[in-house]
Ligand binder design. Structure first.
Ligand code: HEC
Length: 393
């Protein structure tokens, strides 16, 4: 019953998280593109900084941007904030249901650090909160006045968090925490900085006062961080399906490369939206390409793991009986599972052949499975299983 409930909660939260996340990132992309599409035109309404013409869904839109609010702000001014808040709330709830609830399976790897579930969860909560205060502190420090220095600090902070998390959690647990931390920066930027500053500016304007320009500068800076972090954070969120990332011995380096790739692609899109000449920003593509190439080289299978002397069927079956069957049996004995995860039953040699590419990816080229290496599968067993799988055709 508990498994049934956690499965449904997981599914519904994931669905909700995707929907509100798409809403948040969608509006974020839209407003950045809109901002960059603004042009000064003749005969603009007084107070308007630029206008944009857009076409979508069978209609034409003419949008005007006021830097200083118009004399009369309508009462039905639409704010964009709930998408961000709900993305964080559903994301955190999902972290609880998937990673805290089954901390031993998903979060902890005793060979990395032998934590109890309570310790693992406490580290998670404290690190997410502390990470935000460090990030916010850096932005508010004198460093925050220099956009480039701040960007470098932010990059280093995220890479350091990846190094720390990979020393504490399982591969999956580590990368989802990098994603959760960056997602927290982004959501709290909206909740704690961008929206409050915007409210103060709006209130000042309504009261006929001149708003503090510092408010706008800070909000814009946080918005810029959110803009460049969007693509990397999305990859971190799906990283759990890719053991070549999560279970890489230098996963933190891959995080650094993903940050570079994501930021380069985002910069390309931004400058393209702004209508800049391609030659002025085309350098982002080779720069991102070099990062991708480095990631490909880093993750290339070594080959040595999956070759070796011939391995008998019985040996391969004993290995999977010992290390996989508790979860991947037709009726698993592991308490966290009512049925084989993802429907992948690994009981016979035919099963193993059928799922050979997946098993190689999860248990031979990486140590993603058994989950959290609960059964303590050794490199020798992985090599033997790999040799057996590679001998089948
Ligand atoms: C402690 C339980 C547990 C053990 C032991 C375990 N697995 Fe898994 N396995 C899981 C879970 C849970 C998933 C689903 C993960 C997810 O949701 O992404 C999974 C998924 C998989 C997948 C599918 C991955 C994908 O998404 O394509 C493969 C292949 C796999 N396991 C192979 C193995 C092999 C081989 C072993 C033994 C060497 C093993 N597992 C041992 C729990 C386990």
């Amino acid at each position: 019953m508990e498994v049934f409930i956690s499965e449904w909660l997981n599914l519904l939260l994931r669905w909700a998280h995707l929907v509100v996340g798409v809403g948040w990132i969608g509006t974020s992309f839209y407003f950045i593109a809109l901002d960059l599409a603004l042009r000064k035109r003749e005969q603009m309404t007084p107070g308007v900084q630029g206008t944009a013409w857009l076409v979508h869904g069978g209609g034409f839109y003419h949008v005007e941007k006021y830097m200083v609010a118009p004399d009369n702000l309508p009462p039905d001014l639409k704010w964009y904030q709930w998408e961000a808040y709900l993305t964080w709330v559903t994301g955190f709830a999902l972290l609880v249901v998937q990673f805290y609830w089954n901390a031993e399976a998903y979060l902890i790897d005793p060979s990395v650090m032998d934590l109890t579930p309570v310790q693992a969860i406490a580290i998670s909560v404290v690190s997410l909160a502390a990470g935000w205060f460090i990030y916010d502190g850096i932005c508010r420090s004198p460093l925050g006045r220099n956009t480039t220095a701040l960007a470098v600090c932010l990059f280093v902070l995220i890479v350091l968090s990846a190094i720390a998390y990979t020393q504490i959690y399982s591969g999956r647990g580590a990368l989802i925490h990098v994603g959760a931390l960056v997602g927290t920066f982004m959501a709290v930027n909206v909740f704690g900085v961008i929206i409050p500053n915007q409210k103060k500016v709006t209130a000042a304007l309504i009261a006929g006062e001149t708003p503090d320009p510092e408010m706008g500068r800070i909000a814009k800076q946080r918005s810029l961080h959110n803009n460049y972090l969007t693509l990397p954070v999305l990859l971190m969120m799906v990283s759990n399906h890719y053991p070549l990332l999560t279970n890489h011995p230098h996963a933190w380096l891959l995080v650094a490369l993903v940050l570079v790739m994501g930021a380069m692609v985002r910069h390309f899109i931004n400058r393209h939206d702004a209508g800049d000449p391609m030659a002025s920003f085309a350098w982002t593509l080779p720069a991102g390409g070099v990062a991708l190439l480095a990631a490909l080289v880093l993750t290339a299978p070594s080959g040595s793991l999956s070759t070796g002397p011939a391995v008998a069927d019985e040996v391969a079956l004993t290995i999977t009986q010992t290390h996989c069957a508790a979860c991947h049996g037709a009726s698993p004995s592991h308490e966290a599972f009512d049925e084989a995860p993802k429907g992948i039953v690994l009981e016979t040699t035919a099963d193993l052949r059928r799922y050979a590419p997946l098993v190689l990816a999860q248990s031979v080229h990486t140590d993603a499975m058994p989950l959290g290496n609960e059964t303590g599968m050794t490199d020798e067993d992985r090599a033997r299983l790999g040799a057996w799988l590679n001998a089948q055709d």
